[in-house]
Design a protein around this ligand. Structure first.
Ligand SMILES: Cc1ncc(COP(=O)(O)O)c(C=O)c1O
Length: 449
């Protein structure tokens, strides 16, 4: 692991955003789509290194978001830059869907070794998380000859029409797009802090079995016969929905239901994968539970656009021409992914586990101090802090104020769910970085409250 950089604290020299940043923001507002879900604060990046981002005005921020859980090895890790640079000098593109190059089988083999799938696998390469999900949906339909899917409220699987049919973390993602492209039924996601079945709070996940009872006793017996279900799509730690981890008993029972009815268990590791949770995949936290199909993107390429859908080899049985992508599995993106995995295995996943639990402990201490923190949860460096009012209801306004106060002090964090702040830093974050982040977070909460 390469240490982040020498810099110890954020440096804010101008009002935010500064004049050069403002110019870019104004041009963006004129020429770029207004549909991006940007937060109230406005960060403009000029360059970045490790866990530090510098804006065009010379302000430097401590990054606890990693470009939304993407820059797993830190910004511009020298070995990633070297791997990309070398590859761009050798071969940038050839279209692996029509021709061959070594990179695809190399990454396919590596993923076969590490994904939480039993037995031999095969991989289809794409450019993004949504594309990896589209692949999984088409594959599950093709293999099972079924058309229905089960997904979870609060889930986020992407914004293309198939993936959007699964996605349900915010109204804004759906509003204006009318009917779903695919036949998807949504069920409540287990949440020990806010039990969707009003069974109170539990810490062992037992109350969350309401989710699988609902699938078995309501869906399967009414609108969604199991013999028509192609796949159940699960985020092992719900990401955009609020950083909510699934209890082991629930994912085990979902696996059992899939086995009983020949349904594909599709695990979306787009945000939770590639070491983020302190293990290579979030599903690895649930011993004995394996997926049929795993989707990856975000952290896989350390910032290069790459998505992958890895499935049991006997499931990936579709005919020539059934699915492909011009850019998917581009040699430069794969060179970055191979180096990323090497670095993750070489100590970064371990760092995510160790420093992640240090960060979690610090956040729990802050929860003792600030009663507005209702819950601290998550795994490794995928940690959520939920803000509540005195009556325990969600406090989205306070969350947004805290987000802004952190930015003004030079700490980059981002909301998820309605009232949660997520910590998804580059996985090279150090304990010294955590101390600075916690100090700023503490001040921001005190000021906003
Ligand atoms: C769990 C999950 N799945 C899929 C996606 C979609 O990925 P992309 O934005 O690369 O299409 C995301 C993006 O946030 C995600 O968090």
């Amino acid at each position: 692991m390469t240490p982040s950089t020498e810099l110890q604290r954020p440096v804010i020299k101008t009002e935010l955003p500064g004049p050069k940043s403002l110019e870019i923001i104004n041009a963006d507002h004129q020429y770029v789509t207004p549909s991006y879900p940007r937060p109230d604060y406005k960060l403009v990046a000029d360059h970045a290194s490790g866990v530090w981002i510098t804006d065009p005005d010379g302000n430097t921020f401590l990054d606890c978001n990693a470009g939304v859980a993407v820059c797993s090895t830190g910004h511009c890790h020298p070995e990633i830059v070297a791997a990309i640079t070398k590859q761009t000098n050798e071969l940038i593109h050839l279209c692996g869907t029509d021709f061959y190059y070594r990179h695809m089988p190399e990454l396919g083999k590596k993923l076969d070794e590490i994904v939480p799938i039993e037995g031999p696998t095969r991989t289809h390469f794409a450019n993004s998380g949504a594309e990896a999900i589209e692949t999984a949906l088409k594959l599950a339909m093709y293999h099972t000859r079924r058309q229905k899917f089960i997904s979870f409220f609060g889930s986020f699987h992407g914004r293309t029409l198939g993936a959007l049919s699964l996605t349900s973390s915010k109204k804004a993602q759906r509003l204006g797009f009318m009917r779903q492209a695919l036949d998807v039924t949504h069920v409540p996601y287990p949440n020990c802090f806010r039990c969707p079945f009003n069974k109170g709070k539990c810490s062992d996940g037992s109350c969350c079995m309401g989710t699988t009872d609902w699938i078995k006793n309501t869906l399967f017996k009414t609108t969604t016969p199991p013999e028509e279900v192609a796949g159940i799509v699960v985020e092992v730690v719900q990401g955009e929905g609020g950083y909510v981890p699934i209890p082991t008993e629930v994912i085990k029972e979902i696996r059992r239901l899939c086995d009983e009815h020949g349904i594909m268990l599709i695990i979306d590791e787009v945000q939770s994968g590639m070491g983020r949770t302190g293990k290579m995949f979030a599903l690895d936290h649930h011993e004995g539970v394996k997926a049929d199909i795993v989707c990856m993107a975000k952290g896989l390429g350390s910032g290069m656009p790459i998505g992958a859908c890895t499935a049991r080899a006997d499931i990936m049985d579709w005919h020539k021409g059934a699915h492909a992508s011009t850019f998917g599995g581009n040699p430069v993106a794969i060179a970055s992914a191979l180096k990323t995995i090497e670095l993750l295995e070489g100590g970064i996943v371990e760092n995510a586990r160790e420093v992640g639990s240090y960060l979690e402990a610090g956040l729990r201490k802050l929860a003792e101090k600030h009663s507005v923190i209702g819950d601290v949860r998550g795994l490794g460096m995928m940690l959520g802090v939920e803000f509540v009012k005195a009556d325990g209801s969600a406090d989205a306004e306070l969350r947004d104020k805290i987000e802004m106060a952190c930015f003004n002090r030079g700490l980059i964090i981002l909301g998820c769910g309605t009232n949660t702040i997520r910590f998804s830093p580059p996985l090279v974050l150090t304990k010294a970085n955590v101390d600075v982040a916690l100090e700023i977070f503490d001040e921001a909460i005190a000021e906003s409250n």
